[in-house]
Design a binder for this molecule. Sequence first.
Ligand code: 5BU
Length: 458
Amino acid sequence: MYNKNSFLQSLVDIECVKFGDFILKSGQQSPIYIDLRNIVSYPELLTNLAFLLKEDINTSVQRICGVPYAALPIATMISTQTGLPMLIKRKEAKSYGTKKILEGIHTPGDKVVLIEDVITSGQSLMETIKVLEEEGLIIEQILVVMDREQGGMKKLTDLGYKVTALFSVSSLIDLLISEKKINIDTYNEVKIFLDSNHSNSPVPEQTKKYFPQSHQHPIGQRLLNIANTKKSNLIASVDLTSAQKIIKFLSIVGDDICAVKLHADIITDFSENFILELKSLSEKKQFLIIEDRKFADIGNTQLLQLSQGIYSIASWADMVTIHVIAGEASLKAIQDWDTVNKPALIPILEMSSKGALTDNDYIEKCKQFLYNYTDVIGAVCQSTALKTGFLKFTPGINLSAKEDNKGQNYNSPAFAIENLQSDFLIIGRGLYLSDNPKKEIDNYLSEVRKLDFFSEIK
Ligand code: 5BU
């Protein structure tokens, strides 16, 4: 009864989708016109749409909110079908009385599903998200009816939101051509229009991902060798504060990881002895060591932070993370540092946390110089694509959680490999807080190995 294909066909029948020559709000010419607002005149269709959308709502969601105005009736319908309490975001705050911009009962921390009818650039969604987040609400997921494939989905995904669309323009025209509802010329015209708008492609390309085999940097190569031998691209982020607990944890999971990532400055009893033990364990169990120091200073200070002080990072870390916010010269200073003990560099291009300021503009600026430095072996990122030969490290990986309550976003290992095209998965609390880390790491490994990731030479 609630069939996606028949719903799509009805959209054409009631002229919510039209083909011809149209000028969009942006001034752009388009061979397809989509406006779902008239659905309100067809209660049965609206009911069907609500049924289709509600299937995808996570059980963790506590509130529903439609992006004004077009998605309000859709959200209302879902609310009545599911019993999920609704919130209404006003276009502007009331100028009298309570001056509220968000109507409906809510408390900070409530998890909300946002509903949008058509996504183009994602602008209206962003405006609604901003209001809800300012009220302390958590955007648990975003459900869109139609993706115009003009960059909005990617923009929101890049920002860390979990957004899915029931239909895309591509799926719509594929169906309509197969049902002979449009002719090949119309089909091609829309395809060309979509392709020309794909410069900021809505979804990352879904090519099959294989684990890399070779690297120009000796540390990069060692990391790849270990990972290929163990068939594990897992990096344990051991954010424990006791040296003894870190060593104990690593003796349990050490055989199954290719590297450990530390924050030396949170270890309360950090000592030379700890480093000796760590080094010896890393040789015995064969894993490398990353210090997640996130340098972010001028070149001279970074060199001091690398080589001096109680941590003397360069003397033990195989790799360090670095923000290149201070610009190219800060990276060059490390590259020019002539010393035997120099960790390989992993710049941070994109962060996993909600509202991270590492937007596309920033990432592109970093990429303009990053690839020129041989000390750089890859980067920490989420959806950003890296040049071949550079390794992609992705934190925010968890098999069961979607987020923590402090701004972290999580993806599953399979999602990171298949959709984000990550080479290395960084897992923190998902492992070290587990009651049975050995069993839990097996769960992570089996999800990775299921993908045939290690089985082919690229
Ligand atoms: P978690 O417990 O899996 O959430 O730990 C993630 C680790 O990765 C933690 O040490 C963070 O400092 C680190 N991290 C991150 O979560 N997100 C980022 O964008 C970067 C680092 Br960069």
